[in-house]
Design a protein around this ligand. Sequence first.
Ligand SMILES: N[C@@H](CCC(=O)N[C@@H](CS)C(=O)NCC(=O)O)C(=O)O
Length: 209
Amino acid sequence: MILHGYFRSSAAWRVRIALHLKGLTVEHRYQHLRKGEQLSPGYLALNPQGLLPSLVLDDGTVLTQSLAICEYLDEVRLEPPLLPGDPVSRARVRAFAQAIACDIHPVQNLRVLKALQARGQTAEDTQTWAAEVIARGFDALEALATDRTGPFAFGDRPSLADVFLVPQMANARRFGVDLRWPRLNAIEAACLDLSAFAETHPDRQPDAE
Ligand SMILES: N[C@@H](CCC(=O)N[C@@H](CS)C(=O)NCC(=O)O)C(=O)O
């Protein structure tokens, strides 16, 4: 398989973590977001959204959207599971991951910040707004993570909730958010003790700048 990513893409980092947890190795190809390589004709032919990540399967099938990719990996490689067994817990883990993927992360996207700046917002305004969205989202995540029975967001092993949270916390730092959420901080620390999270960290990627 081939993973198209970029060291700083938090959506690509989610997939790197899931692959590592599943013990799967892939070839990595890099699209430099600041140089606009995600919008090159070659990449758009793979992913018409022009977003990272994309995962190309061995038969050439292209999968897009990090949540869909992570769930695909969870379905084809059952161990260790990234979703709990019972339906209510599964829904809660998915809700946590989707709060990040659908509600918190999208507004820090390069194209969104650029579009706002093209409409007259200063870089400082857009950064401040992005940081506010993250902080409001993290208030909710801290409240959603109340029934922890282990070191991770939901239980004693990492789930999709953790896979999505850790990259978002790195984004929060980049946007200058003061990380004042004790449960989220404890979850992140537990995750970063695992090689699946530590070795896939943006700073440790070959394309890191
Ligand atoms: N919902 C998508 C979001 C993907 C996404 O926003 N990727 C960012 C990098 S983290 C990107 O490619 N941005 C390029 C751009 O804004 O042009 C997913 O989860 O895969």
